[in-house]
Write a protein that binds this ligand. Structure first.
Ligand code: ADP
Ligand code: MG
Length: 671
């Protein structure tokens, strides 16, 4: 097989399972090989049922104690009880009706799965089933854990992977000289050792090779991209910025020095010979929006159109309202284009954009549609840029001839690393917070603190403030997550007075409902929002002053810091309550880093420093970086090697390598 072959060529994948893989963006054999584990688990000796612990992956050796039953209504839920001498555990499976004929009362198995407690009773959801003899040899080995979706199991992915690896010719794209110099493993060996780990040390070497690839390819793309960009002419020079100065004066606050500097840099790009391609980096709440607003106003004032794309409707609507409020007085025409609008409204907006009657168009992915066109688009701004794929960014850019581009991102990364990574590109960093902010008061507590916490929420609501409660992520199943959020919200409603308005938000809701909910919250019509981590993306509700995070120990510190950034966005004192679901000294120590630091950069570094050597996959930055494997903090040295390796190549060599890697592509936007 060739890497570009369809996954249908893999034994065991038919049309039905093909569709499941597509949901994970796996179309070709190579996509599958690059579907890296998101973690490894170690097989351990089975425990007693009485030793099961919330949220841990555990094994138990049990006898099936009741005949399995199928609940047809609830997504084909199959359940039974299993017993050992110490107690009873419930086992539940979704979408696996065939287990009905496999499991019989009295059979002994090792069941292995994540544990949660429902009405104080231990439950394992989607446990794997092992014959006793088959389990022994697995002890102490690493087992990859893949991101999966309904219809797929860890086993089915593993099987497909084994076949793909055995049958595919993988050519190593990296020049042999570089591979030798930096002692990098061959690509195929790296695939083998990451998917089927045998020795930890070797798996780490595999990860290092794959991280090198990611850094190198990104740097290579940036190098090509810059070369290409420098050849272009600036078709949209912007010489006046009089309105921008007025706007800066009209703001209810003074720009921070970092914002001023970024704006200066942008303005000088807009006036230079070549089109701008700049990345604006800044921690949550550092005030990137207003910088984008200045750039878009400048664009309008010079007679061009600009557009701003955001990853969610709520965010797009929020930007739209803010822009209308601030730029309306200058007579700037601003439009909004989002999926949930009626066809008629969208049509009017599109035709206004096309005729050049709109100066600024704000929207979501809806902007990418073919029917959206501009008369003279001069500036494209992409907010939370990492939420979009390269193709989407390119698509938006293709709506004009070489427009200016401003990308914005809230990646917690120290300036030194940012320079190393993005140094070839134009980069502005907002490394200073607006002065009116108070540090968010943070505490780490255990579940016994809940009544006090609820009382505190109630007080804040009475003062007219709003609160977030972030619910635990118990399993990978969205169904279960949804249930959790709903159950939690119900419980909370019983704890709080009836007039406290509580709503819940989770990934399972239809997009429209999600938007409505976030919008109501943004408008202050909901007091307490019980949610999964959906709220992580750029939503700005300055009136929210409390965020309570359940099972905080399950999050990375960087993720918690981002969540905490949802509050403390105005003068009001804000609070973050980190509830430890499972007490443990290590996790407490880790969480306490957040007590004395509000600096995203520092936190990410400390997070990494506290991780043990058994951690293969570094910090999960909730998708801020375009990397699957590489971790900027852990792999800083690999990054500098990739940089050095690339620098040793001539422009012509680099160009040819790029052409081989991405045959059908012009380098364009590749931060
Ligand atoms: P982010 O960088 O996360 O996108 P925003 O642009 O949403 O942050 O800004 C967060 C909040 O800070 C907004 O309410 C904004 O009005 C406010 N803000 C921005 N710049 C300043 C400043 N220089 N001084 C005070 N408040 C500011
Ligand atoms: Mg933002």
């Amino acid at each position: 097989m060739q890497p570009e072959d369809s996954i249908l060529k893999i034994r065991g994948i038919g049309e039905k399972s093909e569709a499941y893989f597509h949901r994970l963006n796996i179309f070709t054999v190579e996509d599958l090989l690059r579907h890296f584990p998101r973690d490894y688990e170690r097989f351990e000796l089975p425990r007693q049922v009485s030793e099961l612990a919330e949220a841990e992956v555990c094994s138990v050796e049990c006898a099936v104690a009741t005949s399995p039953k199928l609940l047809a209504k609830q997504k084909k839920l199959l359940f039974c009880q299993a017993k050992d001498a110490s107690g009873t555990v419930w086992l539940k499976w979704f979408n696996q009706p065939y287990l009905l004929s496999r499991l019989h009362m009295g059979d002994h198995y090792v069941f292995r799965g994540k544990v949660s407690f429902e009405r104080e009773k231990p439950v394992m959801i989607q446990p794997e089933i092992y014959e006793k003899e088959a389990y022994r040899p697995l002890l102490k080995t690493l087992k990859p854990v893949y991101r999966i979706t309904e219809g797929l199991t860890q086993n089915s992915v593993g099987k497909a992977m084994r076949f793909a690896l055995a049958e595919t010719e993988v050519t190593d794209w990296l020049p042999a000289g570089i591979r030798k110099k930096y002692e990098l493993m061959r690509l195929k060996d790296a695939y083998k050792n990451i998917h089927f780990p045998e020795k930890e040390a070797v798996t780490k070497t595999a990860i290092r090779r794959l991280a090198f690839d990611e850094f190198f390819q990104l740097l290579l793309s940036m190098r090509m991209c810059r070369a290409l960009c420098e050849q272009k002419t600036n078709c949209f020079p912007m010489y006046t910025a009089a309105l921008c100065e007025k706007l800066a004066r009209a703001l209810p606050y003074e720009l921070t020095a970092a914002q001023k500097k970024a704006w200066d840099e942008i303005l000088s790009d807009l006036r230079s010979e070549a089109p701008m391609q700049r990345l604006l980096e800044g921690d949550v709440g550092s005030g990137k929006t207003v910088v984008a607003m200045l750039a878009l106003l400048c664009c309008a004032e010079n007679g061009y159109q600009g557009c701003l794309m955001a990853p969610t409707e709520v965010l797009a609507i929020q930007h739209f309202e803010e822009f209308k409020k601030m730029l309306g007085p200058f007579g700037i025409s601003i439009g909004l284009l989002v999926g949930s609008q009626s066809a008629a409204v969208k049509k009017v907006t599109r035709s206004r954009a096309q005729q050049g009657r709109l100066q600024i168009l704000i929207g979501t992915h809806a902007l990418l549609q073919e029917s959206v066109a501009f008369a003279h688009l001069g500036l494209v701004v992409i907010d939370e840029q990492h939420r979009f794929g390269v193709k989407q960014r390119e698509l938006l850019l293709s709506k004009a001839d070489a427009p200016h581009l401003l990308l914005m991102s809230a990646t917690p990364i120290p300036r030194t690393l940012a320079m190393m990574l993005y140094g070839d590109m134009a980069l502005s960093v907002l490394d200073e917070m607006p002065r009116n902010r108070k540090a968010v008061k943070t505490c780490v507590v255990d579940v016994s603190f809940r009544p006090k916490a609820y009382h505190f929420l109630e007080q804040q609501v009475r003062l007219g403030r709003q609160c977030y409660v972030i619910c635990p992520m118990v399993t990978e199943s969205e169904n279960v997550e949804a249930e959790n959020v709903q159950a939690y919200a119900k419980r909370l409603q019983r704890e709080l007075p009836g007039n406290v308005r509580i709503a819940c938000l989770h990934g399972k809701l239809p997009a429209k409902q999600k938007n409505e909910c976030m919008e109501l919250f943004a408008k202050g019509k909901i007091d307490v929002l019980v949610s999964t981590t959906v709220v992580e993306v750029g939503i700005n509700v300055p009136n929210a002053t409390v965020i309570m995070i359940e099972n905080a120990e399950r999050f990375g510190l960087a993720g918690l810091h981002q969540l905490r950034g949802r509050v403390g966005r105005a003068q009001e004192q804000s609070y973050c309550i980190l509830v430890q679901g499972k007490a443990g000294d290590d996790s407490k120590k880790r969480l306490e880093v957040l007590l004395h630091s509000q600096d995203g950069f520092r936190i990410a570094e400390e997070d990494l420093a506290m991780r043990g050597p058994g951690d293969f996959f570094g910090i999960r930055q909730s998708g801020d970086f375009p990397f699957l494997i590489a971790d900027l903090f852990r792999d800083a040295q690999v990054l500098s090697q990739a940089k050095e390796a690339l620098a040793s190549m001539t422009q012509e060599e680099a160009r040819r390598l790029f052409g081989r890697l991405f045959p059908e592509k012009e380098p364009s936007v590749v931060y």
